[in-house]
Design a protein around this ligand. Sequence first.
Ligand code: SAH
Length: 194
Amino acid sequence: MTPTISKAIFVALAIGWYLIRHKYARRSRRERIVSSARGPLETALLLISLTGLGLVPLFYVATGIPRSADYSFHPLFAWLGLFFAIAALGMFHLTHRALGRNWSISLDVREKHKLVTEGIYRRVRHPMYSAFWLWAIAQALLLPNWIAGFAGVTGFGILYFGRVAREERMMLETFGDSYRAYMARTGRVFPSLL
Ligand code: SAH
């Protein structure tokens, strides 16, 4: 494992991530939205997350900038990063498959929206965000640069903490007691220990 291979793995798996999303985004685009919690805050959060998980690390891989934030490469970190990235990609795929037509990039309720509570959604109610956390950690492990590596955890962290409570409020307003019961038996990004 070398720094170049580590960066190449990041780019190759980032393309895989994009392809999974693209495939499902095309399908769900056809589904009508009946209500939405979108707004300027959601747009800003999405842009921040995209910058941290996409623009900053890809710019770094392409140009080496910001060079002053580089630190020495450890192959063990990169191997761990590869492991996390593959796990993240697998989970990302499973969550998209489970959500299907109910998925949105933002906070939307679609026509005939179905609450998914089985499969990968059985014990965790935000497994797609778990996949994003794994991916953001992989980014930090694969890119030996304080800024490019940690931009993902920071950018996605801002989206996650700025969104998750509002998403749950929207789900409660839409699904009422079914979502309340679902919340009681699940954890947000880790299975609840109960
Ligand atoms: N927070 C979820 C989904 C992220 S995608 C996760 O991390 O896995 C965001 C969209 O998913 C929102 O528009 C919301 O309407 C929808 N959603 C969230 N949880 C859902 C569930 N359990 N079943 C169906 N749709 C869900």
